[in-house]
Each structure stands twice: as structure tokens, then as C-alpha cells.
Write a protein that binds this ligand. Structure first.
Ligand code: ATP
Ligand code: MG
Length: 259
């Protein structure tokens, strides 16, 4: 192939890429307008890039707008539902609070560039989800983390997220057991502590409890890991106790967890 041919080929590829991008944006016009209002241009470009790579086929709608992130419903290339978590790169306060869960975890190192901290945060959530999944803990299947965007399995159906534990009309013993077993697998097999576990960060889909929101989860080697573990356990026990279930004492559970 001559240099000219190669150039022609490249140009064709570029044109195809631009066209693909344009088509996707046309298809998701309203959504992209809102995305552009909320996110800076680098985030929008990162999203385009995931579309070009074929990881995201189309964006469908906002699922939840939180303080640190927004969750979108999207479709993957095989028509599967995806959850896209986009971390906001703007709030300084949030980045400061992120640092205590990054420093002390030997798996991650960060400097002072705030944007980088948020990228590390997305990577960290991805890695925590992967490690949790390998240990057999039920979590949304992580697909990739790119800059401040995390792509994962959508828990729910047709763009409607499964309810959070706190919103369930009825609770049973099985859920409580599933959650304790998940904490134990996370701690003993994955060597991780969730560190923000409560009825707000557990989704229940068809009777199965999924732990979510793993950005702050730390390695067992983090100097505060035992404190975080205790806090997680206390939150879960408190929730089920309030709901009228007969749950054991915190100390007994902690002992069992560390066995
Ligand atoms: N994989 C998923 N599939 C479907 N919905 C999800 C998924 N992950 C998160 N959600 C929904 O988005 C909400 C926020 O997600 P998450 O807890 O990970 O973010 P957050 O940064 O803690 O947000 P917030 O500040 O609102 O707590 C969840 O409560 C849940 O309703
Ligand atoms: Mg949360």
C-alpha cells in the first residue's frame, strides 16, 4: 500500500468516526444537551470517546443526580442496559473528603491535581467492584473506567433502577444474611471494607442484595479499615433492628467477620 493509499484510508476512517459521532449525538440530542449543561467539555469528550469505542451505544436518561456524581441509563452495543456513573469534577470539598479514602490505601497514589483525584476515584471504584466481584460478592458488573466515567451493569429493568434497601416495603431475614455474608466475603476474600455501607448503598433486585457505590471502599491495610468495618456493621444492624428483626450484637458479628 502506498503512502497515499494509507492516507486515504485514514481519512476515510476519520470521516466514518465523525459521522458515527454525529449520528449518536443526533439520536441522543436532548440528553446530550443536558449532559453538556452539567459537565465540562472534557467530560463530554470522554463520553463521546466511549461511544466511539463501542462501549456505549446510546445514552437514554438520567437515573439519579447526586452530590458527587450522576448516574445515567445507557444501552451497550448488544442492547444490554448499562449504568454510567459520571463523577463531577468541580466541587473542591468532595475531592478533599475523597483523599482520606485514597491515602492509606497502598493500591493508589495521587498528587494534588484535583481532576486526577477524581479520575483515580473512578478507577478506584472500578477496581473495588472488580475485586468484590472476583470474591463472589454481588455487585454491578464493572465494565470500564475512563477518566471520570465508570461504566457498569445496570441493576433494574428498562431504565428503572431496582429499589434501595431503605425503600423496600418488606424485609426478611434472608436479606440481612445475604448482606452479612457479602461483608464477610468482601473482608476475608477481597480484603476490602466498603466504608459507606448502609441501606442507601444496597440495591435489591429480585430478592438479591447488590452492594453499590464502592468509590470509598478501602483495602484491609488502610489504617482506618477496622473502624470503617465496625461502622458498616453498626449501620446494617441498626437498620434491621429498627425494622423489627432479631439481630445479634455488633461484637459477635465483628468477631465472626474477622474469623
Ligand atoms: N449499577 C446501577 N444500576 C442502576 N442504578 C444504579 C446503579 N448504581 C447506582 N444506581 C442508582 O444511582 C444512585 C446513586 O448511586 P451511588 O450510590 O453509586 O452514587 P453516589 O455518588 O453515592 O450518589 P449519592 O450522592 O446520591 O448517594 C443509587 O442510589 C441507585 O439508585
Ligand atoms: Mg450512594
Amino acid at each position: 500500500m502506498s503512502v497515499k493509499d494509507v492516507e486515504k484510508k485514514l481519512q476515510r476512517e476519520m470521516l466514518k468516526k465523525v459521522e458515527r459521532k454525529r449520528l449518536k449525538i443526533e439520536k441522543d440530542k436532548d440528553l446530550f444537551e443536558t449532559v453538556e449543561e452539567v459537565f465540562d467539555s472534557r467530560t463530554v469528550m470522554a463520553l463521546y470517546s466511549l461511544i466511539n469505542k463501542g462501549i456505549i451505544d446510546s445514552m437514554r436518561g438520567v437515573v439519579k443526580a447526586g452530590k458527587e456524581s450522576r448516574i445515567y441509563w445507557a444501552k451497550g452495543r448488544n442492547g444490554e442496559d448499562l449504568a454510567i456513573k459520571i463523577f463531577l469534577t468541580s466541587s473542591m470539598e468532595i475531592k478533599k473528603s475523597m483523599l482520606q479514602y485514597i491515602h492509606g490505601d497502598p493500591r493508589f497514589k495521587v498528587g494534588k491535581d484535583y481532576r486526577r483525584i477524581v479520575y483515580t476515584w473512578a478507577q478506584k471504584e472500578y477496581r473495588n467492584l472488580s475485586e468484590a466481584k472476583s470474591a463472589g460478592v454481588l455487585v454491578p458488573n464493572p465494565i470500564c473506567a475512563y477518566q471520570n466515567i465508570l461504566v457498569m451493569e445496570f441493576i433494574g429493568a428498562d431504565g428503572v433502577p431496582a429499589p434501595l434497601l431503605k425503600d423496600l416495603p418488606e424485609l426478611d431475614e434472608s436479606l440481612y444474611q445475604q448482606i452479612l455474608v457479602a461483608i464477610k466475603k468482601l473482608y476475608s476474600s477481597a480484603g476490602l471494607v466498603h466504608a459507606d455501607l448502609s441501606e442507601y448503598n444496597i440495591m435489591v433486585n429480585e430478592g438479591k442484595a447488590y452492594l453499590i457505590d464502592f468509590g470509598q471502599a478501602v483495602s484491609r491495610d488502610h489504617p482506618m479499615s477496622l473502624e470503617f468495618l465496625r461502622r458498616d456493621v453498626v449501620n446494617i444492624l441498626r437498620f434491621f433492628r429498627k425494622a423489627g428483626l432479631n439481630v445479634p450484637e455488633e461484637e459477635a458479628v465483628l468477631e465472626w467477620l474477622k474469623k
